[in-house]
Design a protein. Structure first.
Length: 97
């Protein structure tokens, strides 16, 4: 679980990044979960865009993907959401206490 201070810090970092994955009409598939999992391991902090043709809302998609990848939802605004998970091998982000 992230504290509000950590969440705020991660939001600041996420402002500078573009969405690296898009969730479309196929929804959350095993392949999509694998891509998110790999991206989180490599980057720790990712932004995902939910396309207009998706059957899921951004909030429910964020919760589903976070649960499947053991990540934390940092923020969900409009059709984008931000996920964070500490990398096991390539730790880059040092969270405030």
């Amino acid at each position: 679980m992230l504290t509000s201070k950590q969440r705020s810090y991660l939001n600041g970092l996420a402002n500078k990044i573009d969405p690296i994955l898009q969730l479309g009409k196929k929804g959350i598939t095993d392949n999509f979960i694998k891509q998110v999992d790999d991206a989180l391991e490599a980057r720790e902090l990712i932004k995902i865009k939910v396309l207009n043709n998706s059957l899921l809302e951004a909030r429910e998609a964020a919760n589903e993907v976070a649960e499947a990848t053991n990540a934390d939802v940092v923020q969900c605004i409009g059709n984008k959401f931000i996920l964070y998970r500490e990398s096991e091998d390539k730790k880059r982000i040092e969270l405030p206490k």
